[in-house]
Ligand binder design. Structure first.
Ligand SMILES: [Zn+2]
Ligand SMILES: [Zn+2]
Length: 177
């Protein structure tokens, strides 16, 4: 059965992953579960000179790990992610593909020298999870700044948008299914 699988990438907080299940099921109307396999150790994707993990390499590995899986795979990590042309990314996804990855490294208030805020971290992670999964369903970046498919390069932009697809993106998502 077609479903969405949330795959832990070490180190990742299992509770944070579990909290994504219900809201993702609600927004996509697709069953969601947390990792069938052992958490993926992302050390193979670590770039020593950047002190970051390659999101592209993690996606390739997820594709191999879940080759026989019917649905979408979303890797979640606390590691800081990069793609070569950017300083960092909150996540990366295959457009209309099977796999995506999100990092909550820069979604934590502590990263910015502020007091931890679990509730805010959960909301930010949910938005980025929906966003990257949206790409796997063929959704592109949306100009509507309230739409979850609006591109966010800094955390303030994540806070500004909602955790919902706008009506246009919702219609496109329905059309993709
Ligand atoms: Zn995006
Ligand atoms: Zn939109």
């Amino acid at each position: 059965m077609f479903s969405i699988l949330i795959a832990a990438i070490t180190p990742a907080d299992r509770r944070l992953l579990g909290n994504l299940v219900a809201p993702l099921e609600e927004i996509f109307s697709i069953p969601v579960s947390v990792g069938l396999k052992h958490p993926l150790d992302a050390s193979f994707s670590f770039n020593v000179s950047r002190n970051q993990f390659s999101s592209t390499m993690i996606i390739s590995e997820l594709l191999e790990m879940y080759e026989d899986f019917d649905g979408r795979v979303l890797g979640v990590t606390s590691g800081d992610l990069f793609v070569p042309v950017l300083t960092y990314v909150f996540g990366e996804a295959q457009l209309e593909g099977k796999a995506a990855v999100v990092s909550y490294h820069r979604l934590r208030e502590e990263f910015y020298g502020l007091q931890p805020n679990e509730g805010l971290l959960e909301v930010r992670l949910l938005k980025e999870a929906i966003h990257e999964l949206g790409h796997t369903f063929g959704l592109l970046h949306c100009n509507n700044y309230l739409c979850v498919m609006h591109s966010s390069t800094v955390v303030e932009e994540i806070d500004l948008k909602t955790d919902k697809l706008c009506s246009e993106c919702r219609a496109k998502f329905r059309g993709s299914r």
